[in-house]
Design a protein around this ligand. Sequence first.
Ligand SMILES: Cc1ncc(COP(=O)(O)O)c(C=O)c1O
Ligand SMILES: N[C@@H](CCOP(=O)(O)O)C(=O)O
Length: 466
Amino acid sequence: MKYISTRGQVEPKGFIDTVLMGLADDGGLMVPEHIPVIAPETLNEWKSLSYVDLFLTIFSYYTNDEIPADDLRDLATRSYANFRHPEVTPITKIDDSLYIMELFHGPTFAFKDVALQFMGEFYSYVSKKQNEIIHILGATSGDTGAAAIQGVRGKEGIKICILHPHEKVSRVQELQMTTVDDQNVLNLSVKGNFDDCQKIIKELFGDLAFKKEYHLRAINSINFLRILAQTVYYFYAYLHIDQGQHQLKKINFSVPSGNFGNIFSGFLAQKMGLPINKLIIATNENNILERFVQTGEYKPGDFRSTYSPSMDIQVASNFERYLYYFVGEDAAKVSEYMNILKSEGQIVMTGDDLAKVQSDFAAYGASNQECLDMILKYKGDHDYLLDPHTACGITAYEKYQGDDEICITLATAHPAKFDEAIILCEIEQEFPEEIKELFAKPQYQEVVEHDTAEIVRQLESFYALD
Ligand SMILES: Cc1ncc(COP(=O)(O)O)c(C=O)c1O
Ligand SMILES: N[C@@H](CCOP(=O)(O)O)C(=O)O
């Protein structure tokens, strides 16, 4: 399997080189040259696989044996050994039409751990094998940063710098990132929002001389490894809900969305042959994706701070990967669209194009009030405490749901990470020990202006200590 850029200007690469490249050198995103399609009989055989075996089976279609099988098994086993649930991503049945897949049983209590625990192991492995210096640079609205730091803290040969938006992440998210005292971690708290942070890192990855000189590596979902690792739980969910009862029902997924990485993984799983009926994009009041699917207009709007801060995103990175498939894998057309977005500030789809988008996705947003109402409703009706991101997912499920369909809503975070919203619902929750203990620890972070030059200075002095 070779990997190419959505903008067509990068020589085809192997798996490891694709991961190391992160953002494609032509400014696009890396995608597989072709997507393997799994036959229904084969899918059926995957039902008996454990999470790790399913992971290895799916990865075997993509890795070209560049990592020896025993080594890959070792990396995957270590990655999921830290999860608090033996099934890694267990599923809870709420009623006959709704299942919740809990993706928050990893070390930092959010879905990011599922891919980033593996990515930490992967980078550590490559660093040792290839004698590579790995300097991770990432942007976060709170969860990616915490999970990435946890995945590589203290690891030899690796340094990590994470940009988060100053005072725009939850208290627990901030503590998870900034109470880590390992020397290989630098937290920059940027006076701006997540989109500003993401723009800065894309600018730095786009400066190829800087990227090469400092061995910059990506952990955000611009990296195809993130997308691939996230497809595994779509297969796992589909294969593990009680299909005996539901054989004739269509299966939808509702996915709390921001950077479009999680739902794009579902889109990839669907392209690989997983018979998903509908992928439902759930947003909060930063509803660019909802507006896009409903009206055809993809136009970043004004940034809103909401109760689901991890989804406070206007510029969805992986939208470009979707565009690539939307235009029939035509890199020239993607470049054209991205140029229009840059020059006119929007992309507009109409007629048959819009109908195609709407056949690929449904999308619904939750207002701040709807988010709190949903937390209260599920606590009252089902004694299930939703985190505010999952509450957006459930809102979208309720707005979409058709008869004789079932929906698997992805629970992307544990409610303890977002007590600010839970308190507003006048619900008291018990924090897990790992979160409780964070409150007593000292914090390490630099508050910086939203200014690329200042961030470069911070990075250069961090790397100078190698
Ligand atoms: C808890 C949570 N839910 C949902 C999302 C949105 O996921 P994505 O950015 O992959 O669309 C994020 C952040 O990415 C998150 O941290
Ligand atoms: N919500 C994310 C934003 C970054 O998304 P990513 O999937 O591209 O890493 C976060 O928690 O940081």
